[in-house]
Write a protein that binds this ligand. Structure first.
Ligand code: SF4
Ligand code: SF4
Length: 477
C-alpha cells in the first residue's frame, strides 16, 4: 500500500456533451462491476454456506432410498418421494403449509437481520459468487480483469475468455441436469441424455436451465437482485429501526479523506480526520456496486463483503474495526436497540404455530389413500347365480415406507360379497385393481344404495380407511 491512500474513480451515469452541460440518459447504462475478492470472517461464513448449499443441491438427486431416488418428484406418476414418505397431489395442503412456513421464516429473518437470505443463501447470489470465483481464477484479480477487458483481443485474452465461458457453461449444464434429476432418476438421466434416449422435455428443461443459469449468474448478476427480484422491492417494509443491517458509521468515519499511513489513530483524530480513509475498497468488493457510505440502499444484499474489506483497512491503519458493521438504525443513532421486540416475536410466534401445525398434520397423516370409481360402461349386471353385481376400480396408495396387505370389507346391505379379499401394496407404491361386489336382489329396496367399502392393514390396526360408494341394482316387485 502506498504512503497515501487515495480515492479511485467511480464512473458516473450520463456523459458530458463537449462545451455543454451533462446530458442525462433516460435509462442508466449498466456499469460493469469488477468485483474485488476479499478475505475475512463474513466471507468465510458466506463461502461456507454457499459450498454447503451447492453440495446439497448437486448431491441430493444421487441419494438412493431403496431402489428409488431419495428425493424424486415423479410428475408423470403423480407421486412425490421424500426419503421414506411418498406424497400425492391430494396432499397439496401439506405443500401449502410448507410454503407458508417458508414465507414466515423469510419474514422473521428479514425483520431480524435484513437481507441475509440474499447475501448468504439465495441461489442467484450463490451461483453468481461461484461464477465470479471462476472468473477470478482464470482472468485474475480485479485490476487484471479491467486491464484484460480494455486491451485489444490477442491470444491470451481469447483463451482466458474462452476458458471462463467454458467453465460457466459446464456449471450451467450441471445445474440444468441436476434440476431435471429431481424429476427424473438422475442415474438413468446422465446415460439417457448423451445417448439421445431421454424424454424431449428433459432436453428442454436442461437447455432452459443451462441458458437461465449462464445468463443470470454470468451476465445479469446484480441486475437480477436490483431490477427483477420482487423480494428486494418489498423487504424494505419489513425493516424497522432494530433490524440488523450493514451500515457505515458516518459519525465515526466522517470527515473522510486520504492521510499519511504513518498517522496514528489519535493523531488523525486530532488533525480532524474521521476514520474513513476514502480508499474505496468497500465499493470495489461490493457485488452490487454500491457505496454503503451513502446509507442503506435497497441494492444492498447484506453480503458483508464491505465489512471484511473495511476491517482489513482498519487493521492496516491500526484503527479499531467496525467502521462498517452489522448494526441497527437505533444503535447508530445512539438509542437503545431491542432485539426481542413485539414485531419480531409476532413473526416468531406465527412461525412456531405454523411449524407445529405442519408437524401435527404430518404425524396425523394416514399412510394410506384409496380412490374408488365405478366401472363406467355398465351400471350393474346379473351373475349366473342370479345376484346383482357392481364392479369398481380401486386405486390403493400405500403412503408408508413398509409393505402392507389390506383386508377388504363391504357393509351397508345384508349379504354383500366381494370377489377380492385383500390387496397387497409395496411401501411407497400404488396398485389399481378391479373389485366386484355382489348381493342378493331380494335385499335391494332402492335403485341406488350407499354402501361402505373398508380397507384395514393386516399388520397395523391404526391403518384403515373407509369410502362410501353407490351400489346400483334393480328393485324386484
Ligand atoms: S469505509 Fe472503509 S473501506 Fe470504505 S472507503 Fe472508508 S476506509 Fe475504505
Ligand atoms: S453494501 Fe456491503 S453488504 Fe451491501 S451488497 Fe455491497 S458489499 Fe454487500
Amino acid at each position: 500500500m502506498s504512503d497515501k491512500i487515495a480515492t479511485t474513480d467511480v464512473t458516473p451515469v450520463g456523459h458530458h456533451v463537449p462545451g455543454g452541460t451533462e446530458k442525462q440518459e433516460m435509462y442508466a447504462k449498466r456499469r460493469h462491476i469488477y468485483v474485488r475478492e476479499i478475505k475475512g470472517f463474513f466471507q468465510r461464513l458466506r463461502r461456507g454456506s454457499n459450498w454447503l448449499l451447492m453440495l446439497a443441491y448437486f448431491l441430493t438427486p444421487w441419494l438412493q432410498w431403496g431402489d428409488r431416488p431419495a428425493i424424486w418428484f415423479d410428475l408423470p406418476g403423480r407421486e412425490f418421494h421424500i426419503f421414506a414418505a411418498t406424497f400425492y397431489p391430494q396432499e397439496f395442503m401439506l405443500l401449502s403449509w410448507l410454503l407458508i412456513i417458508c414465507a414466515f421464516g423469510l419474514f422473521f429473518i428479514t425483520v431480524f437481520a435484513g437481507r441475509v437470505w440474499c447475501g448468504y443463501t439465495c441461489p442467484q447470489s450463490v451461483w453468481t459468487f461461484l461464477f465470479i470465483w471462476f472468473e477470478h481464477r482464470i482472468e485474475g484479480s480485479r485490476n487484471k480483469r479491467i486491464k484484460l477487458d480494455r486491451q485489444p483481443t490477442d491470444l491470451e485474452k481469447a483463451w482466458r475468455k474462452a476458458a471462463k465461458h467454458a467453465c460457466w457453461l459446464v456449471i450451467s449444464l450441471a445445474t440444468g441436469v441436476t434440476f431435471v434429476g429431481y424429476f427424473t432418476p438422475i442415474r438413468e438421466l446422465v446415460i439417457d441424455l448423451p445417448t439421445l434416449n431421454a424424454h424431449g422435455w428433459s432436453y428442454f428443461w436442461v437447455g432452459f436451465f443451462l441458458v437461465f443459469t449462464y445468463l443470470n449468474a454470468g451476465w445479469l448478476r446484480e441486475q437480477v437482485c436490483i431490477y427483477m427480484c420482487p423480494y428486494a422491492r418489498f423487504q424494505g417494509v419489513m425493516f424497522d429501526a432494530d433490524t440488523l443491517i450493514v451500515s457505515y458509521d458516518a459519525a465515526r468515519g466522517e470527515p473522510r479523506g486520504a492521510r499519511k499511513k504513518t498517522l496514528s489513530h489519535e493523531q488523525a483524530r486530532a488533525a480532524g480526520h474521521g476514520d474513513c480513509i476514502d480508499c474505496d475498497l468497500c465499493v470495489q468488493v461490493c457485488p452490487t456496486g454500491i457505496d454503503i457510505r451513502d446509507g442503506l440502499q435497497y441494492e444492498c444484499i447484506t453480503c458483508a463483503a464491505c465489512i471484511d474489506a473495511c476491517d482489513s483497512v482498519m487493521d492496516r491503519m491500526g484503527y479499531p474495526r467496525g467502521l462498517i458493521r452489522y448494526t441497527t438504525e437505533n444503535a447508530l443513532e445512539g438509542r437503545k436497540s431491542r432485539i426481542l421486540r413485539p414485531r419480531l416475536m409476532g413473526y416468531l410466534a406465527a412461525l412456531l404455530v405454523m411449524i407445529g401445525a405442519f408437524a401435527w398434520a404430518l404425524s396425523d397423516r394416514l399412510p394410506l389413500d384409496v380412490e374408488v370409481e365405478r366401472q363406467r360402461n355398465q351400471l350393474f349386471q346379473m351373475t349366473r347365480e342370479g345376484r346383482i353385481s357392481n364392479v369398481y376400480t380401486l386405486m390403493v396408495r400405500n403412503l408408508d415406507s413398509e409393505d402392507h396387505v389390506y383386508r377388504l370389507n363391504a357393509s351397508g346391505l345384508p349379504g354383500l360379497v366381494l370377489d377380492t379379499q385383500s390387496i397387497s401394496v409395496p411401501g411407497g407404491q400404488s396398485r389399481r385393481t378391479a373389485v366386484e361386489i355382489t348381493v342378493d336382489p331380494e335385499v335391494i329396496e332402492l335403485p341406488s344404495h350407499a354402501i361402505q367399502l373398508r380397507l384395514d392393514a393386516e399388520d397395523d390396526d391404526e391403518i384403515s380407511m373407509e369410502r362410501e360408494i353407490r351400489f346400483i341394482g334393480e328393485i324386484r316387485r
